[in-house]
Design a protein around this ligand. Sequence first.
Ligand code: NAD
Ligand code: DAU
Length: 357
Amino acid sequence: MTILVTGCAGFIGSNFVYLWAGETREQIVNVDNLTYAGNPANFESLSKDAKHVFVRGDIGDKDLISGLLAQYKPRAVLNFAAESHVDRSILGPGQFIQTNILGTFNLLECVRAYWGELGEEDRAAFRFLHVSTDEVYGSLEPEDPPFTEETPYRPNSPYSASKASSDHLVRAWFGTYGLPVLTTNCSNNYGPYQFPEKLIPLVINNALSGKTLPIYGDGQQVRDWLYVEDHCRAIMKVLAEGRLGETYNIGGRNEVANLTVVKTICAILDGLRPRADGKSYAEQIAFVKDRPGHDRRYAIDQTKIERELGWKPLENFESGMMKTVRWYLEHASWVEGVTSGAYRKWLDLQYEKKSNV
Ligand code: NAD
Ligand code: DAU
């Protein structure tokens, strides 16, 4: 048995690959075109594992995807591949439309053709699982109830609009063609292998490099943080037991304001790797210009996945953050590798008018 998974050189995908390799004997074909966010070093230790096949390629490439489906005959396709950073989508939305919308469209069409040719039993067992985000629901006010699967889509950034669009395509391929799809909408992930453009790894990296820790606006925006391995376990559950055509919200029940997240990281670093001058890393915090259209609050109601599939996160915010900070301290060479070249250019573009990051 084989599954084909896209985007596994990125943050969540590479954590998924490790979990999959550790918990199953099933082959995984990993398709990723290695954008700035994709790093083959993320799954280096699986390079000699015959069950892990890496193919460099674009989800928008029809011949490649059709060829891989014909060659490997997967029983499921999981789509992690995406442009995933909100700030990048604001500076340059084009690639988000290309990958997140047109790429998903191509994948759906290739999969539909492949699935249509399967024998009855294989057709019934086949699954297409689309990994999406809570950002499609838009922004919550402080007193609003958390997002449920019934919350209307109200995306506010080019990133979330492109993900919302891809979710609608997936839904339509179920309604129109009967393709056996599943969609997951997850809150903010954190943990190993996250590219240091996202808040948590950026703050750890900047703190250790003696740079400022940039807080957009007043820092009171709230995110619902989930340790990445818990997200990956939820995806495995949905793949195995999710009801066809359904969407599942996944969250951490960990609503934390950005400023608190940053202060938590500083406190952990103060304990594990104190600054030479004895001062707290919190001294490096700097308030910078806000993100345009910045969503104020996300929160997930995950009752459905808990009730129907029996999933629950294993980590809480404190335990997950401690693991994460320790991982980055122990993997300085990984950080060094991804923070060179293109990443530095991106930092210049994103932050030149905001601070001296
Ligand atoms: P990431 O940016 O770290 O990784 C994305 C991966 O996709 C990279 O390896 C990149 O090379 C690859 N990719 C990009 N365009 C591609 C293309 N056209 N063809 C093939 N591969 C391509 O992203 P992530 O944080 O790991 O997110 C993975 C998925 O999970 C995304 O769909 C994202 O929307 C979703 N998601 C992320 C979070 C989060 O907090 N990071 C939360 C919920 C959902
Ligand atoms: O909610 C799920 C989403 O979470 C995923 O779909 C996205 O792929 C993922 O990038 C993430 O989006 P966010 O925009 O919430 O994550 P980010 O790490 O970019 O920012 C988290 C919060 O921190 C957000 O309110 C913006 C703020 N922030 C971010 C950066 C990079 C800062 O204050 N300063 C910063 O330098």
